[in-house]
Design a protein around this ligand. Structure first.
Ligand code: ATP
Ligand code: MG
Length: 351
């Protein structure tokens, strides 16, 4: 049965990329799938977080999920650290995944920077915890932005190696499910999860550098539009957004090798829910000085109601914490049922 899992880190500064690449799509999947949406606080601490800020950011991401339209009664919303089976399965996966696999992860290289010796072991092992988040529920589909593609490939590699390493045991215990690997049908315990990297904006770029993705952790606040930015901040950031001297082309080909220009067109198209062609049909031939205010107005119109709803929800801390507690309990039941089988498969004695 299809099951959706995804997560967002409580690292502050939720931005338009998180919304268009992830959260808006989480909302859309609710009608057709059972969904588990997680505020991944254990991921956040792979880099230093002030404890009080971490708690605040955890509630803020939760409020953003709810404000965007995720229904915590029909689906599950919780923070990762409440369900310790994530960390337990991550340990098992640390023993399945190979050092070489993790060494190739570009997110680690980017986040560790030059001083790699000084990065936390957790930052290096981030992808095994992410695999555990997904597979502790045996989730089949994961909506994410384009930057997470490599981690989802690794998740499949880990599932496949686990299924392979323990294939006899899985068969003996009768715990396999049938799945296709290429053309071959095999029996395995963990599904080979499909990434859902789609929608009009799977990779929103920084407003300051069209070759870098928009990120919560970018030190420049001008690089991103935060979900909580007011109209003035949004207008200012879009006005200051880097562009090239040419105006807007009338055809898509005219955006080639113009990452900053393309990014602004993508943002308009995604926010207005129209095609890039349609945006260019309207604005082609105009200067960015004319396009930018239109984009800013559109962004304000779309984001202001979410920001207002986030503020309303955030003002009721007990409600937010209640959602996380209830979601954590329901997630915990599912995770423990799967972990019991994992312990049995691996040979971790429980009797
Ligand atoms: P950090 O810089 O702390 O890693 P982040 O902005 O990358 O923050 P995450 O919490 O790591 O945010 O990611 C949450 C979700 O948002 C993931 O599915 C990720 O792929 C997606 N996402 C992040 N940045 C972008 C972006 N620029 N465009 C589209 N999707 C994005
Ligand atoms: Mg990230």
């Amino acid at each position: 049965k299809p099951l959706v899992f995804s997560g967002v880190q409580p690292t502050g500064n939720l931005h338009l990329g998180n919304y268009l690449g992830a959260i808006r799509r989480f909302v859309a999947l609710q009608g057709s799938h059972d969904c588990i949406y997680c505020v991944v606080d254990l991921h956040a601490i792979t880099q230093w977080q002030e404890p009080a800020e971490l708690m605040k950011a955890t509630r803020e991401v939760t409020a953003a999920f709810l404000a965007a339209g995720i229904d915590p009664k029909k689906h599950i919303v919780f923070n990762q650290s409440r369900v310790m089976q994530h960390a337990e399965l991550a340990w098992v996966f640390n023993c399945v995944a190979r050092m070489g696999w993790l060494s190739r992860m570009t997110q680690f290289k980017e986040k560790a920077g030059k001083d790699r010796e000084n990065a936390s072991v957790g930052l290096f092992a981030y992808p095994t915890l992410m695999a555990a988040d997904i597979l502790v529920y045996r989730a089949t589909h994961v909506p994410v932005g384009d930057d997470q593609k490599q981690h989802l490939e690794l998740t499949r590699d880990i599932a496949q190696k686990f299924n392979n390493d323990f294939s006899d045991r899985i068969a003996d215990l009768g715990l396999g499910i049938e799945m296709k690997v290429g053309e071959e049908k095999v029996n395995g315990f963990f599904p080979l999860t499909e990434p859902l990297i789609e929608g009009p904006a799977p990779r929103v770029m920084s407003l300051r550098d069209g070759l870098k993705k928009m990120s919560k952790s970018d030190p420049s606040d001008l690089s991103r539009i935060n979900l909580t930015d007011d109209a003035d901040a949004i207008s200012k950031k879009i006005r200051k957004a880097k562009t090239d001297p040419a105006g807007l082309p009338s055809e898509i080909e005219g955006l080639k090798d113009r990452p900053e220009a393309e990014n602004l067109v993508v943002l308009y198209a995604a926010l207005a829910e129209i095609s890039k062609e349609k945006v260019l049909a309207e604005f082609g031939g105009q200067q960015f000085s004319a396009f930018k205010p239109a984009l800013a107005d559109l962004a304000v119109t779309k984001l202001a109601p979410i920001a207002a709803e986030m503020r309303r929800i955030s003002s009721d801390e007990n409600y937010v914490d209640g959602v996380l507690r209830d979601g954590g309990e329901r997630a915990g039941v599912m995770a423990e049922a799967n972990m019991k089988m994992v312990r049995d498969i691996v040979g971790l004695l429980q009797s």
